[in-house]
Design a protein around this ligand. Structure first.
Ligand SMILES: *Cc1c(COP(=O)(O)O)cnc(C)c1O
Length: 455
C-alpha cells in the first residue's frame, strides 16, 4: 500500500473560535484616532451612530483583547468553518522546492470568499440593534454577495452600489446578489449627489471603491432606518476575520509545522489582517518569528507607494478622516481584474502595524499574478480569485527563493476566495488581452497633492 501524505489539516466544528482576537490590546503604541471630517477633532462614538449600530461602534473602538463571538454567529460559521488548511504538496513538487507551502482556504464559504465571516457578524449586530436596511459598496462583487446572503439570513433589506467596471465584467456576481434579494446599482449612479457629481465630470467613469463608498454612506446618512456596512478597512471588520488566523494556528500545530513566512493579498486589508493578526499577537509575545507580508497590485500600491497620513475613506469626503497608507482619495486605480484590490487606502490597523515594523509589503504585476494563479490551479485544482493570485505569486516567489538557497522554509498563505465568478478575467488572460500597468506615478502625485491638511 502507498503511504498517504496528509494534505488537509481539519478541525472539528466545536473548534470554531469562541472569541475574535483584537491585537490593539497588545500593541506597543496605540493607533491614531479617527477625526471628524469637518472639525478635525477626534471622533466620538455618537459621530458614527448615523452609519453603524451601537454594538459595532463599540467593537470599532474596543481595546479588549478577546471579543466573544455570539452563539448565533458561530452557528452560521459552522456551515463553512473551521475552514480547511491544505498543504500544497503537488505545487511543492511542481516547483521542486524544499519549502513547505500551506494555504488556508476561505473559498469554501457559500459566498466563495472570506467576506462572509464579517458579513454574518455585521448583519447579526444590525438586526439585534433594530436596523431595517443596509447599504454598501462592492468592488468585484464578493463583498456584495456575502452581505446580500447574510441579509437574507437575518431578514434585512440590502442595497449595493457596485463599481461600474465590475458591474460590467462580472454579471454573475450581480445575479447572485439579486438572487439573495439585494438591489444592485452600478456606481457612479444618478441616485446620489456623490454619484451625480462624478458623472458630471466623468460621464464614462469606471467607478472605484472610493466612489461607491460615498454613495452607500450618503444613502445611510440620509435615512434613519438605513445603516451602512463596509466589507474591509474598519477595525471591527478586521476583528471578525481573525477567526482565520486563530484556526490556522491550531491547524499548523496539527501539521507539526510553524510558518516562517505568512502571506496574504491586501486590498482594504481584511483577509491579510484575519490571517496575520493572531500570529502578530504571538510575535509580540515572542512566540512566533514569522515574517508577515501583505501583497498588493503594482497598479494600486497603497502600502508600498502611498503616504501614511490622514485621508478620507471615500472620494466624496463623507467619511471620517483616518490615518492610513493612502494614494489619495481622488486616485482612480487602473481597471485591473482584481477588483477587490482597487482601493486608494489601506486599513488603519494594517497601516499602523506596518508603521510599527511588524509586517512588510510587496507588489505583484497583474500578468505575474495570473500566471501564478494558473500554475496553482494546475497543481492544486482550485481556481483562485484574481485577488488571491497576488498572494500565490508571492508564495511561489518565496518557495523558489528557498530552492535557490537550498533551504527549507515554511510558507503559509491565505487563499481568500475562489475565482468561479471571475472566469472572464481568465479567458482574457489566456487570450493575451490582459496587460501590466506601470505604477501610475503622475495620477498618484496629483491625488496625494489633494490630501486634506491635518495636524
Ligand atoms: C475582497 C477580497 C479581497 C481584498 O479585500 P481585503 O479586505 O484586502 O481582504 C481579497 N480576496 C478576495 C477573494 C476578496 O473577496
Amino acid at each position: 500500500m502507498l503511504a498517504m501524505e496528509t494534505i488537509q489539516y481539519n478541525l472539528p466544528q466545536n473548534r470554531i473560535p469562541q472569541a475574535w482576537y483584537n491585537i490593539q490590546a497588545d500593541l506597543p503604541k496605540p493607533m491614531a484616532p479617527p477625526l471628524h471630517p469637518g472639525t478635525h477633532k477626534p471622533l466620538g462614538p455618537d459621530d458614527l451612530a448615523p452609519l453603524f449600530p451601537i454594538s459595532l461602534i463599540l467593537q470599532e473602538v474596543s481595546a479588549e483583547r478577546e471579543i466573544e463571538i455570539p452563539g448565533e454567529v458561530r452557528q452560521l460559521y459552522a456551515q463553512w468553518r473551521p475552514s480547511p488548511l491544505f498543504r500544497a504538496r503537488r505545487l511543492e513538487k511542481a516547483l521542486d522546492t524544499p519549502a513547505h507551502i500551506y494555504y488556508k482556504y476561505e473559498g469554501a464559504s457559500p459566498a466563495g470568499s472570506h467576506k462572509l465571516n464579517t458579513a454574518v457578524a455585521q448583519a447579526y449586530y444590525n438586526k439585534k440593534d433594530g436596523t431595517k436596511h443596509l447599504s454598501t459598496e462592492t468592488g468585484a462583487g464578493q463583498w456584495g454577495s456575502s452581505l446580500a446572503m447574510a441579509c437574507s439570513f437575518f431578514g434585512l433589506d440590502c442595497k449595493v452600489y457596485m463599481v461600474r467596471v465590475s458591474y460590467d465584467q462580472k454579471p454573475y456576481r450581480r445575479a447572485l446578489m439579486e438572487a439573495f434579494g439585494a438591489t444592485v446599482t452600478a456606481s457612479p449612479s444618478i441616485e446620489t449627489e456623490s454619484g451625480r457629481a462624478i458623472l458630471n465630470v466623468h460621464p464614462d467613469s469606471n467607478g472605484s471603491l472610493g466612489i461607491a463608498i460615498s454613495e452607500a454612506v450618503e444613502v445611510a446618512a440620509k435615512d434613519p432606518n438605513t445603516k451602512y456596512a463596509l466589507g474591509s478597512v474598519l477595525n471591527h471588520v478586521l476583528l471578525h476575520q481573525t477567526v482565520i488566523g486563530l484556526e490556522a494556528i491550531e491547524q499548523m500545530a496539527l501539521a507539526g509545522d510553524d510558518p516562517d513566512i505568512i502571506i496574504a493579498c491586501a486590498g482594504g486589508g481584511s483577509n491579510f489582517a484575519g490571517l496575520a493578526m493572531p500570529y502578530l499577537g504571538r510575535k509580540l509575545k515572542g512566540q512566533s518569528k514569522a515574517r508577515v507580508i501583505a501583497v498588493e497590485p503594482a497598479a494600486c500600491p497603497s502600502l508600498t507607494k502611498g503616504k501614511f497620513t490622514y485621508d478620507f475613506g471615500d472620494t466624496g469626503h463623507l467619511t471620517p478622516l483616518v490615518k492610513m497608507h493612502t494614494l489619495g482619495s481622488s486616485f482612480m486605480p487602473p481597471g485591473i481584474h482584481a477588483g477587490g484590490l482597487r482601493y486608494h487606502g489601506m486599513a488603519p490597523l494594517v497601516s499602523h502595524v506596518m508603521d510599527l515594523g511588524l509586517a512588510e509589503a510587496a507588489t505583484v504585476q497583474q500578468l505575474d499574478a495570473f500566471a501564478a494563479g494558473i500554475q496553482f490551479a494546475r497543481s492544486e485544482g482550485i481556481m483562485p480569485a484574481p485577488e488571491a493570485n497576488h498572494a500565490i505569486a508571492a508564495a511561489i516567489g518565496q518557495a523558489l527563493e528557498a530552492k535557490a538557497e537550498g533551504q527549507q522554509r515554511t510558507i503559509l498563505f491565505n487563499l481568500s476566495g475562489h475565482g468561479h465568478f471571475d472566469m472572464q478575467s481568465y479567458i482574457d488572460y489566456q487570450a493575451g488581452k490582459l496587460q501590466n500597468y506601470e505604477y501610475p506615478a503622475e495620477e498618484i502625485a496629483m491625488a496625494l497633492a489633494g490630501l486634506p491638511s491635518v495636524e
